[in-house]
Design a protein around this ligand. Structure first.
Ligand code: GLY
Length: 583
């Protein structure tokens, strides 16, 4: 009897053994002759290092992205974390591309007028920006668990090890931290746990001060050991709700337990020989970029310049080629952001007219309204309107060609400023990305309408645009933080890549932006000065120097001919981009 019981079990082991041997052999083969030079680019050197270690220890790009993101959430408390959310664009080596929507959701007790006072005006306390009422139900922890379970090779307990160590051991305050903490010092000082962890005697800590986050390490450990349930159910959930409720927040344990990431189909854009994948609603990035590239196809810049159109319209002098390009790109941005304000919101709540917005004849009509030598005032665009420096990004490539572009956020620096003492979770303030009163600008000056009003369980409209590009010669993994300017930064980055620019040049190029309202071209200091600025002003554009550099682009570029990988981290930030060579 014992023997008979034993034999089938041994036989059943054979397929497993064969699979294991094949897996080991294929692993050895790919280690001997990698197809790709792996790379990690992220907004913090420690996070990049942990991402590279994860790849070196047998993780794939998806494991490395989770490990990198988790460390960013610890060492960049001003940017992202498990109290926030994000968008992840994953592409496996066989070309399958999936978008993981881990955007925060409005709590079940949220409602359209929750940020207005008795007169219907926006509450003077800025409740959508500061404190626990500003926070949506976080999606970041669910994204870690989902991506690890479905796409990773390593267990979450391994992948989150670097972040847990960073939270226990601490990280040293640098100038970047000091700048952002100064910005939000007053709100951090208001909440005792945030004051204790992120400040010293209510002031911004000196450079080199080591900040430890043991409560956050404990929460990450629960997540590492129990996956989704370790954060959204059980003791972490109970303590989080206790802290949030005591401070006047609306979250419930049911809100946490009901949170789910959603896998969505990315927006795919074909422009000339290029294919681009980017973020679908509730991001506005993919649609806005598809519209801008669609208008470029319908009415290329050359149709304005070659026909001499840019030199008539009563213009005393012809603008230079540089001015013509900037005018043209600004007009594309203006039209895309107009539609963003009017039509975009969470597709699970709002009927987003994606096919109409991307229809070639609609885009041809829109492009046709671009005046060749005159700015179009934003209020002249049709539509019934009644109806950085924070956030973070990482790009990862592994040796098999798996890719991740992920943009993660808690919204403004240090989110809502409210830290849950028992769990060490810093709450986001993504509720401010809703249109809290139609026509009233949010923290980024963005206006929105009915489609993006607050509703229970709804995701606020976002500009986060993790993006992948495939061209005949090169492909790229690209993204950046920067609020409403994210979309135009990625768009300009893609145009530079198509012009053959190096990764380093793309991330460091000067930036400008137009978002329909306010009706101004925003630009970095030093850019659009002199002749370029004068010519744009003559065309009827208003220019605003935004006072400081913005964005923190993390870019990986793969050259198909040479097989070389290039990676670059935006010089405006403190990040690091590393390519693994010589394997
Ligand atoms: N919180 C900025 C965005 O999602 O666009």
């Amino acid at each position: 009897m014992p023997n008979r019981a034993h034999r089938p079990a041994r036989l059943r082991l054979w397929p497993v053994v064969v699979l294991l041997v094949l897996a080991i052999l294929s692993g050895c083969a790919s280690t001997r002759s990698p197809n790709f030079q792996p790379a990690v680019a992220s907004a913090h050197p420690l996070a990049t290092e942990v991402g590279l270690d994860t790849l070196a220890n047998g993780g794939n790009a998806f494991d490395a992205a989770v490990a990198t993101a988790a460390v960013l959430g610890v060492v960049e408390p001003y940017s992202a974390g498990i109290g926030g959310g994000g968008f992840w664009l994953l592409q496996s080596s066989d070309g399958r591309t999936v978008f993981v929507d881990a955007r925060e959701k409005a709590p079940s007790q949220a409602h359209a007028t929750m940020y207005l006072d008795a007169n219907g005006d926006v509450h003077p306390d800025k409740l959508s920006v500061n404190g626990p009422l500003a926070a949506g139900i976080p999606g970041q922890a669910a994204a870690f668990a989902h991506i690890s379970n479905h796409y990773g090779r390593l267990p979450l307990s391994t992948t989150l090890g670097g972040a847990i160590a960073a939270a226990n051991d601490g990280f040293a305050v640098d100038e970047h931290y000091r700048t952002l903490a100064q910005w939000r010092r007053a709100v951090l000082a208001r909440y005792p746990a945030a004051r204790r962890v992120y400040l010293r005697n209510g002031e911004v800590p000196e450079t080199g001060t080591v900040l430890r986050q043991p409560a956050l390490a404990g929460t990450l450990t629960e997540l590492a050991n129990h996956g989704f349930d370790g954060f959204y159910r059980g003791q972490v959930a109970t303590r989080l709700i206790e802290d949030v409720t005591a401070a006047g927040g609306l979250w419930t344990e049911d809100d946490l337990a009901a949170y789910r990431v959603i896998e969505r189909t990315p927006i795919t854009i074909d422009y000339g020989p290029y294919r681009i994948w980017s973020a679908p609603p509730p991001s506005s990035g993919g649609i806005a970029m598809a519209q801008m590239f669609g208008m470029m196809t319908a009415r290329p810049l050359t149709t304005l310049t070659n026909t001499g159109l840019l030199s008539n319209d009563n213009q005393p002098e012809s603008p230079s080629a540089g001015t013509a390009r900037l005018h043209y790109l600004t007009e594309l941005m203006r039209r895309a952001y107009h539609d963003r304000a009017l039509y975009l919101g969470d597709p699970d709540f709002t009927d987003v007219p994606v096919s109409r917005l991307l229809d070639a004849s609609y885009l041809t009509r829109q492009a046709g309204t671009i005046r060749s030598a005159r700015a179009t005032p934003s209020d002249a665009l049709e539509g019934d309107f009644s109806a950085g420096t924070h956030t973070t990004h990482l790009s990862v490539l592994d040796q098999d060609g798996n890719r991740v572009s992920a943009t993660l956020s808690i919204n403004l620096p240090f989110g809502s400023g409210f830290l849950s003492a028992q769990t060490g979770v810093l709450l986001n303030n993504e509720m401010d990305d809703f249109s809290i009163k139609p026509g009233t600008p949010n923290a980024y000056g963005l206006v929105g309408g009915e489609a993006n009003k607050v509703e229970p369980g709804k995701r606020p409209l976002s500009s986060m645009s993790p993006t992948l590009m495939q061209g005949p010669e090169r492909s790229a993994i690209i993204g950046t933080p920067g609020g409403s300017r994210i979309i135009t930064m990625v768009y300009l980055g893609l145009l530079d890549l198509m012009s053959g620019e190096s990764a380093a040049n793309v991330v460091s190029a000067p930036r400008f932006h137009h978002q329909y309202l306010p009706d101004v071209i925003q630009h970095e200091p030093g850019f659009l000065e002199g002749e370029l600025g004068d010519e744009l002003t003559k065309l009827g554009h208003s220019l605003t120097d935004v006072g400081r550099a913005y964005g923190n682009m993390q870019l990986i570029v793969i050259d198909h001919q040479t097989g070389q990988t290039e990676a670059a981290s935006d010089p405006r930030g403190i990040g690091r981009a590393t390519v693994v060579t010589g394997q």
